[in-house]
Design a protein around this ligand. Structure first.
Ligand SMILES: [Zn+2]
Length: 129
């Protein structure tokens, strides 16, 4: 088995992971990985630069650029061609809302205390009861 690639840190899984045209039959399905979704969330939604995004996700800036480009193409394909967009899979781990860049700007997990943004995940150990 090959050595796993450097995994990308993702703050939260999307609350909704399936999008598509309303009122017509989708023309196909596009699968976007969770790490691709995260770059769009951080850059387009949170307003981060690619540099900030790369620090946040714990990867090189050139890597972020590649992931982000792929994500944008998929969104465009879905919008233009009326395809279902499915967000799942990818090379990522979920942050705990504390380490490094997290616990601050852009980290949804750090906000989970006041509003439960994150769906429960079994992989992360919870320190609170
Ligand atoms: Zn985080």
């Amino acid at each position: 088995m090959p050595r796993p690639k450097k995994w990308r840190k993702v703050c939260c899984l999307p609350e909704i992971n399936r999008f598509g045209p309303i009122g017509s039959t989708p023309e196909g399905v596009i699968v976007m990985s969770v790490d691709e979704y995260e770059t769009v969330r951080l850059i387009d939604f949170e307003g981060m630069t690619q540099e900030e995004c790369s620090e946040h996700m714990n990867v090189a800036r050139t890597t972020v650029q590649g992931i982000y480009d792929a994500a944008r193409k998929k969104i465009a394909d879905s919008l233009v061609n009326g395809k279902t967009l499915l967000i799942e899979g990818g090379e990522y781990f979920l942050c705990d809302g504390r380490g490094g860049q997290c616990g601050g700007m852009g980290c949804r997990r750090s906000r989970a205390g006041r509003r439960n943004d994150c769906p429960p995940d079994d992989d992360n150990k919870r320190s609170e009861t």
